[in-house]
Design a protein around this ligand. Structure first.
Ligand SMILES: *Cc1c(COP(=O)(O)O)cnc(C)c1O
Length: 465
């Protein structure tokens, strides 16, 4: 090598990452970067910044999966280029999606699992939109056929996840959300009946209410609506928001009747990325029978020379999550899902018993597999003032990396503040024990250092359901 080139070769030698020109100055934040950066440098900057998000495994607020088998990581990598919308270009991914639809229909006891209809979505929110739209369309066509007005649709729910508020607002539907009352924190059949009329497009019970984690009484509501039809001729369909419960009850509470065994249940949504154990970005909507999906919602697309339904709201959408859902179905089956989730229920009951023993707390829901999801929630005992609020406790636990949200319930129990733990795949008994020890340590700390004023909701970190 000629001597004069030595300098430039030297210049080109890679710097130690953190001593490089890129990382010893601040990287662009809000203006579009003018120049290129070395991939190693850019990666380090992004990677390091993400450390501040904390450790997702200690986030006990989320319902979503934060642990996956190595095979799931590998499939996600292999599926980087799979576009769910291109049924013709990635026909096998489309085929896998269709198989998942049938498997879910089977799991939820559809009378026609082999030719049922449904699709994957980005999550339960999109699935809820589709289920809600189908209810609205079916109601409209029935009303039109009877020569009646379609300008005042309403939907009846218990305390729902925000996606139903969005659905109601985006599609101009009156949301009749049953307010909480005293110790009644769920919908009841009577409360539903009191709100039904000819403009009710449907009733949506939640299998795993986000606030308290409990199942709403789907069968009792279905029975009441059957009675209503017999007495008044009003035929009101149900959609079950089984975002969490759809992947729990079939394995851990198989005798609970909440699904297509009830003829009134016309559609069900679930989140694959919650207890379906798939990576973030997949939900499902299944209609009981093909006739439950109004034809005007369907777009037909080419697929292996044939036709396939396209119902989703999105166009391009990643396919890896759907492929991993199929992997999980094969990998786990009923047996494996049961094992994983039952272990979570046992840890949830264990945590509930330990937390009840700490003194100031009263457990509202403690992880009963027939009554809700593997989770627990508690409140301060009435009349007890331990000198800190649940918001303070949540804040204190953050110093050890735990995220255990505290929040007020919706109307009419905004006065009741509760705290919640989701026990997911990967929240082991040992992790749970470490958490209880940290809660005890926090209580001891507040005992020694009395707070001048306990933290209020407004000061607490924002938590959205
Ligand atoms: C999480 C959740 C949703 C929203 O689901 P995403 O998959 O996050 O879009 C809707 N309903 C209930 C009951 C939920 O728990």
């Amino acid at each position: 090598m000629p001597l004069h080139e030595k300098e430039s070769v030297r210049e080109k030698l890679e710097d130690e990452v953190y001593a490089s020109a890129d990382l010893s100055v601040s990287m662009p934040k809000y203006r579009f970067p003018a120049v290129e950066h070395d991939p190693r440098h850019a990666y380090s900057v992004v990677h390091d910044e993400l450390m501040l998000d904390g450790n997702a495994r200690q986030n006990l607020a989320t319902f979503c999966q934060t642990w996956a088998e190595p095979e799931v990581h590998q499939l996600m990598d292999e599926c980087m280029d799979k576009n769910m919308v291109d049924k013709d270009e990635y026909p096998q991914t489309a085929e896998i999606e269709a198989r998942c639809v049938h498997m879910l229909a089977d799991l939820w006891n559809s009378p026609a699992a082999a030719n049922t209809v449904g699709c994957s979505t980005t999550g339960s929110s999109e699935a809820a939109m589709l289920g809600g739209m189908a209810m609205k369309r079916r109601w409209e066509s029935k009303r039109r056929a009877a020569g009646k007005a379609i300008d005042k649709p309403n939907l009846i729910t218990g305390p729902v996840q925000i996606c139903w508020h969005k659905f109601a607002r985006y599609w101009d539907i009156e949301l009749r959300e049953i307010p909480l009352d005293g110790d009644r924190l769920l919908m009841t059949a009577d409360e539903v009946l009191a709100r039904c009329d000819e403009n009710t497009i449907g009733v949506v019970p939640t299998l795993g209410v986000t606030f308290t984690c409990q199942y709403e009484p789907v069968q009792a509501v279905a029975d009441a609506l059957d009675e209503l039809e017999k007495e008044q001729g009003l035929d009101i369909p149900m959609h079950v928001d089984a975002a969490s419960g759809g992947f729990l009850a079939p394995f851990c509470a198989p005798d609970l009747v909440w699904d297509f065994r009830l003829p009134r249940v016309r559609s069900i949504n679930t989140s694959g990325h919650k207890f379906g154990l798939s990576p973030l970005g997949v939900g499902w909507i299944i209609w009981r029978e093909a006739t439950d999906l109004p034809e005007e919602m369907v777009f037909w697309v080419n697929y292996l020379g044939g036709n396939m339904r396209d119902i989703a709201l999105n166009f391009s959408r990643p396919g890896g999550q759907v492929v991993c859902q199929y992997y999980n179905f094969l990998r786990l089956g009923r047996e494996g899902y049961g094992k994983v989730h039952n272990a979570c229920y046992e840890t949830a009951t264990y945590l509930a018993a330990r937390i009840a023993k700490l003194g100031p707390f009263e457990v509202i829901y403690g992880g009963d597999r027939g009554a809700g999801i593997p989770a627990l929630c508690w409140r301060m005992k009435e009349g007890v003032d331990p000198g800190f609020s649940l918001y303070d406790l949540a804040d204190r636990l953050r110093s050890r990396g735990w995220q255990v949200p505290a929040y007020a319930l919706p109307a009419n129990r905004q006065d009741l503040v509760i705290q919640r733990i989701l026990v997911r795949h990967g929240v082991s008994r040992d992790l749970a024990t470490l958490l209880v020890e940290d809660i005890q340590r926090a209580i001891d700390y507040f005992g020694k250092h009395r707070l001048p004023t306990p933290m209020s909701a407004a000061e607490a970190s924002g938590f959205h359901h």
